[in-house]
Design a protein. Structure first.
Length: 227
């Protein structure tokens, strides 16, 4: 989440609701997909706060599931020495989880836009695609490994000719060899009103600087940084 939204919309620990994990699997080395029952409506691009017990600080994760699906799905990277993710990774179906209502304002609008994601920063855009937001959208997704390109075949099918997977450590047909920022630097950019970025601070800053240098207005860049 970005800092402005954290200040204005972060729920307190007292607002977290107990729920149960329905699925929790490692989908790539160090990358997990966790699902729990949906209790509240949400808008694609929104976030939830999660923790495994009330005494632990909650962390913030973008929702990856579609808004009509029965489960809330989030993606997370395992941080071996982290406070929360090792405990999340040990949760089995039926395990107790505490979750907030969805919140946040990282949302797309009408018309054409380009989405740029790094790693698990694909989550809000996955939610948008799974909720039917596909027309006029282009998705550029960067990851270090091919396994880190979450649901690559799905995005190829949902966004034909408008899905650009980028991989910096491995090669595969149809995958750009290099970082997403390298792709931005070496290709002509489409003319759209909105460029939506989600990922690490390094990726967001580098991509934003490339876009602005190529003539994209600062106001046309909407970013969500993963801390």
């Amino acid at each position: 989440m970005n800092s402005r939204e954290l200040l204005s919309a972060t729920p307190s620990i007292g607002e977290l609701e107990e729920t149960r994990v329905t699925a929790n699997e490692e989908i790539a080395p160090g990358i997990f997909r966790l699902t729990y029952p949906r209790a509240h409506d949400f808008v694609p691009g929104q976030t939830v706060a999660l923790t495994v017990e009330p005494s632990l600080p909650a962390r913030y994760y973008s929702i990856a599931s579609g808004c009509e699906e029965q489960g809330v799905e989030i993606l997370y990277d395992l941080v071996p020495d982290g406070l929360l993710t090792p405990r999340l990774a040990r949760l089995a179906p039926g395990g107790r989880l505490y979750a907030s209502r969805p919140f946040g304002a990282f949302r797309d609008g009408e018309g054409e836009s380009v989405w740029i994601a790094a790693g698990t920063g694909i989550a809000p855009f996955a939610s948008m695609v799974r909720s039917g937001m596909r027309a006029g959208r282009t998705l550029i997704h960067g990851a270090r490994t091919l396994a880190g390109l979450y649901e690559r075949s799905y995005f190829f099918s949902m966004l034909p000719e408008r899905y650009v997977p980028c991989c910096s450590a491995e090669n595969a047909p149809g995958v750009f060899s290099g970082r997403s920022t390298t792709w931005l630097s070496t290709h002509d950019l489409p003319r759209v009103d909105r460029w939506m970025l989600c990922g690490s601070s390094r990726m967001v800053v580098d991509a934003r600087d490339i876009l602005i240098a190529k003539g994209v207005p600062f106001t046309g860049v909407i970013a969500e940084i993963y801390f």
